[in-house]
Write a protein that binds this ligand. Structure first.
Ligand code: HEC
Ligand code: HEC
Length: 321
């Protein structure tokens, strides 16, 4: 909330500066406009990343699986409470936490540094280690300015009062947490230029954590040594789906897919009517209604990156019996 107030104050200062300049010289006007513009840019980029790329909002909200791809239930954005458990091969029940600016049940009292530490190091404000389902190992590689934009945006979410229950694990957290190796400082992280599709595609693919869902699920968790080979089983109850092989293997992956076909996996879901139906057992866990909001160039960069990987042969049945 403090930061939100700071943002509001910044806006008010900018408006005041405009008024001030209107009745004096117009020297201060460009400064005021720049400030407003840059705040607008921060929030736009933050929203783009938090909703459409990093899917923070999708994991930290409730999803409606009576519709295709389980879009976020409007009004639940950031409030947490959806559960991840044995249905997804996890050793217990882990809940998406409340990341709205609510003071008591959300992260309203956290500083930017507190949030950055949780998001990139997996350590909550109270020192508790977070379960790595929260993709902090990925976010640890992202540019600080992108993460700060995300934080600025999530501070503008509507505060939701929702006390999320603590996770219940069947194994000690130390068994699933790789420990100090992750404690890398993120200050030196750089975002590759969008003009370098391979590198920028790798960056976006890491940000979106396409890899975990698209790794084969084993009794010890996702086999990250075969990342993108598919075969993670999600048993949602009303449907059971395996993630696809998205390596460039021609027979079992997306080796024969054109860029256009790849874009077509996403772009139809920019329109609500295309996911606003109940597909029954032919549903997907992939958050398509949100990922569809990625820009065409960004999807093309992801396609270029995936096609640069080593093909892995792994035949996956999308809808297992
Ligand atoms: C794949 C789902 C997933 C994604 C994507 C995800 N999170 Fe999380 N996040 C979680 C879960 C689950 C927890 C709680 C882990 C636990 O209980 O150990 C969590 C915990 C957190 C916490 C700690 C809250 C607390 O009270 O300790 C913050 C802050 C957070 N996430 C912010 C984010 C942000 C910002 C993003 C996007 C950049 C993001 N998350 C993306 C699932 C996710
Ligand atoms: C929450 C888990 C999850 C995430 C995150 C996820 N996917 Fe998927 N994906 C799936 C599942 C499950 C399927 C199979 C059902 C379907 O086609 O939607 C799938 C299917 C696909 C397919 C279709 C392949 C085929 O053979 O039909 C492509 C392409 C794909 N994913 C790419 C991606 C990319 C790129 C990302 C990251 C931007 C991503 N996925 C993120 C779960 C996920």
């Amino acid at each position: 909330m403090r930061k939100f107030l700071a943002l509001a104050a910044l806006l008010i200062t900018s408006i005041a500066a405009i008024n001030f300049s209107a009745c004096n010289s117009n020297k201060t006007e460009p400064v005021a406009n720049n400030k407003e513009d840059s705040l607008k840019k921060v929030l736009e980029r933050g929203e783009y990343l938090a909703v459409h790329v990093a899917a923070c909002v999708h994991c930290h909200s409730k999803r409606d699986f009576s519709k295709f791809s389980g879009p976020v239930i409007p009004g639940s954005e950031g409030g947490g409470g959806s559960s991840f458990d044995q249905r997804f091969g996890l050793p217990g029940i882990i809940y998406g936490r409340n990341i709205t600016p609510d003071q008591e049940t959300g992260i309203g009292s956290w500083t930017d540094a507190d949030i950055l530490r949780a998001v990139t190091q997996g350590i909550s404000k109270n020192g508790d280690t977070l379960f790595p389902l929260m993709p902090y190992a990925n976010f640890n590689h992202m540019a600080k300015e992108d993460l700060l934009d995300i934080i600025a945006y999530i501070r503008t979410l509507k505060p939701i009062k929702n006390k999320v229950p603590p996770r219940q694990l069947m194994v000690p957290i130390a068994m699933v947490y790789p420990g100090p190796a992750l404690q890398k400082n993120i200050d030196g992280n750089v975002r590759p230029p969008a003009t370098d599709p391979l590198k920028y595609g790798a960056y976006l693919t890491t940000f979106a954590d396409c890899g975990t869902c698209h790794s084969p699920l084993t009794p010890k968790g996702p086999d990250l040594s075969r990342m993108y080979a598919g075969g993670y089983t999600f048993n949602e109850g009303t449907f059971k789906v395996n993630s696809a092989n998205i390596t460039p293997d021609s027979a079992t992956g997306i080796g024969t897919w054109t860029e256009e076909r790849f874009l077509n996996k996403f772009t139809p879901y920019r329109e609500e009517k295309n996911y606003n139906f109940n597909p029954g057992t032919q549903n997907t866990m992939m958050p398509l209604s949100e990922l569809a909001g990625m820009k065409d160039e960004d999807l093309k960069a992801i396609y270029a990156y995936l096609h640069s990987l080593n093909p892995i042969s792994n035949k996956v049945e999308k809808y297992p019996k």
